[in-house]
Structures are given as C-alpha cells and as structure tokens.
Design a binder for this molecule. Structure first.
Ligand code: NAP
Length: 319
C-alpha cells in the first residue's frame, strides 16, 4: 500500500514525487516509457529558471528523475490501463482506511494500491489527419525533431504549425536540413515573440503562411517525397518536394484511461481541478499538462506538481 501513486514521469509528476518523497510519504511513480515526458524529446529549454544558457531537455529530465529517486521515490515502467477510484464507502463493505484505497491497473495486469493518486500523464502530439500522415509516420513524418532531425541532413523538409513548438523545433531543424518550410494556416504566429524574431532572421527557414497541408505523398518504398499545400485565402495549390514532415500542431491530453471513472474532464478531455490540484474525485489529484489551465510550460508543470504533493499531504493528515 503506497501513500501516493503518481501516474506520469514528466516534470509535473517528478516534481510531485520530489515533494511527496521528501515528506516521507511512500511514493510510487508509474511511467509509460522513460521519464521526462515532452522535455525528454526537447533539444533546448531556454526559459526554465536556473540555466542561463538553456539546458537540453533530456539532461533536465535525468536530473529530475535522479532527484526524485534520491528521496526514495520508487519508479515502475508500464502503461496504465485504468484506475479504480470506487471507494468502499460507496459499496458499504469495509473499514474507513480500505474505504479510501485507489487501485491503479496496468496493461501488463500488474495492480498497485494507494491512499491517493496524482495524475500527471501529460499530453501527446496531435495528428493532423491529412492523407499520407499515418502511412508515412516513421518514414518521413515525425513528431519529434530531436529524435529524427539528424536523418534529414542536407535535405529539404516541412514543419507544420505556428505555436512555440513549431517555431522552436523549426529553428532546431536548421542544424540539419538544407531548407525548412514552415507552414502555418494563418498569417500570424501564436508563438512567443522571441521565437518569431529568431525565425524571421533564420535564412534556412521559408515561411509559408495561410496554407494547409492536404496530402503527404511518397514513393512505394515508403518515404516522403512531397506535400500538397492549399492556400486557404485563394485556394491555390502548390506541390513542394520535401523528404520530411514535422507536425507540431498542439497536444491532446492523455486521459483515455480515465473514461470509466467519475473524474471530471472538460470538453477537450483535460482534467478539471481546483487551484489545489484536486479533481472531482476524493483523494485523486492532477497536475501538469493533463490539467485544464491556461499555461503549459515546464515551470508551471513543476509548480502544479508541488501543489498536488502538498494537497496529498494535507489530505492524508485528515484521513
Ligand atoms: P499550440 O500553442 O496549441 O499551437 C498549435 C499550432 O498549430 C497553432 O499555431 C495552430 O494554429 C496550429 N494548428 C492546430 N491545429 C492545426 C491543424 N489541424 N492544422 C494546421 N495547423 C494547426 O501548441 P504548441 O506549439 O505545441 O504548444 C503547446 C504548449 O506548450 C503552449 O502552451 C506553448 O506555450 C508550450 N510550449 C512552450 C515552449 C517554450 O516556452 N519554449 C515550447 C514548446 C511548447 P492557430 O494558431 O491558427 O490556432
């Protein structure tokens, strides 16, 4: 029996673990693949305080994991299938302690029990849904510049999106590609101004505004050769020869495993919490990108994680 199970090993989950483990709560962190979440596939973070020259995302993730483990956090790897938050009070069968037990069930059939759960499962890259995207994923279509950028040395590529991710990753990809076509559906980026300034100055980046990708095409061996673009203002169609397509059009929350619970989600699937990270189910907390909020940054994920941990502590004190 753990005091707290944390689902997800991104910055939110690891910050929560640092705090709960330091509070001497028996802490289990469950991570699907490798700790770090989105930062593990981010080349350079320049707005996380304390690193004036910026820091590589994977390096920061490793530091966070080591810090969480140094205070006694146990980490297991596996994908969560579902959580059972049904309190025995509802079924009127057991003692008060058992009454508040939550069960986390993994896809490999392993089950873990805790008095509280913190959901920090983050978000996954959104798919564009255009023809050819699925077929060429891993064969030219990518959602991770750090992982796949080096495959496009001296090649022409496209980046789709106009947010922080698209601009930041387009800049990173200029290290490898001969030309980066940055395709955005409007004529104005939503990315931070500092990133926009860098992009405007970068001669390897060719900005194509007001355009959407309609098709990703390739050869029978299965690698991307071109994309078809449509200008949304005048319907003009353009075919661009590219070997890679990087899609950075936002994220969707990892809340699929909550569908059988009473945890309240908003219309886009994000978990609704109060400012203390409490969800609509007693003893269940949520933090980081999986939560409904206005700013999704590493620094806000870490802040959320700390608040969730303190809320768990208070909840357990009052059990
Ligand atoms: P985002 O801010 O939601 O931006 C998504 C971009 O993709 C928007 O420009 C959007 O266009 C476009 N888009 C959405 N759906 C599309 C579709 N179907 N087809 C074509 N384009 C589409 O996502 P993000 O850039 O991944 O950022 C997510 C969060 O992480 C943000 O809060 C961001 O600030 C944060 N982040 C921060 C940093 C940093 O601080 N360095 C780095 C990365 C991410 P519209 O603009 O027209 O809606």
């Amino acid at each position: 029996m753990y005091d707290v199970i944390i689902i997800g090993g991104g910055p939110a989950g690891m910050s929560a673990a640092i705090y709960t483990a330091r509070a001497r709560l028996k802490t289990l962190l469950i991570e699907k693949a490798g700790c770090g979440g989105q930062i593990a596939i981010t080349d350079h973070l320049e707005n996380y305080p304390g690193f004036e020259e910026g820091i590589n995302g994977f390096e920061l993730a490793v530091k966070m994991q080591k810090q969480a483990e140094s205070f006694g956090t146990e980490i297991v790897y596996g994908e969560v299938l579902k959580i059972d938050t049904t309190t025995q009070t509802e079924t009127q069968t057991s003692t008060q302690t058992a009454a508040r037990t939550k069960k986390v069930i993994l896809k490999n059939n392993k089950e873990y029990e805790a008095k509280t759960v913190i959901i920090a499962s983050g978000a996954n890259a959104k798919k564009s849904g255009v023809s050819g995207e699925k077929e060429f994923t891993g064969k030219g279509v990518s959602y991770c510049a750090t992982c796949d950028g080096p495959f496009f040395k001296n090649k022409e590529i496209a980046v789709i999106g106009g947010g922080d991710s698209a601009l930041q990753e387009a800049l990173y990809l200029t290290k490898f590609a001969s030309k980066v076509n940055l395709i955005h559906r409007r004529n104005e980026f939503r990315a931070a101004k500092i990133l926009q300034e860098k992009v405007f100055k970068e001669t390897k980046i060719n900005i194509i505004y007001d355009s959407v990708v309609e098709e990703i095409a390739g050869n029978p061996l299965g690698s991307v050769e071109s994309i078809k673009l449509k200008n949304v203002k005048n319907d003009a169609v353009l075919t661009l020869s590219v070997n890679g397509v990087f899609v950075f059009i936002g994220w969707q929350p990892n809340t699929e495993f909550l569908k059988n619970t009473k945890i309240k989600l908003n219309g886009n699937g994000y978990i609704v919490t109060d400012e203390n990270m409490k969800t609509s189910v007693e003893g269940v907390f949520a933090c980081g990108d999986v939560r409904q909020k206005i700013l999704r940054q590493v620094v806000t994920a870490c802040g959320d994680g700390a608040v969730a941990a303190i809320s768990v502590e208070h909840y357990l004190e009052n059990l």
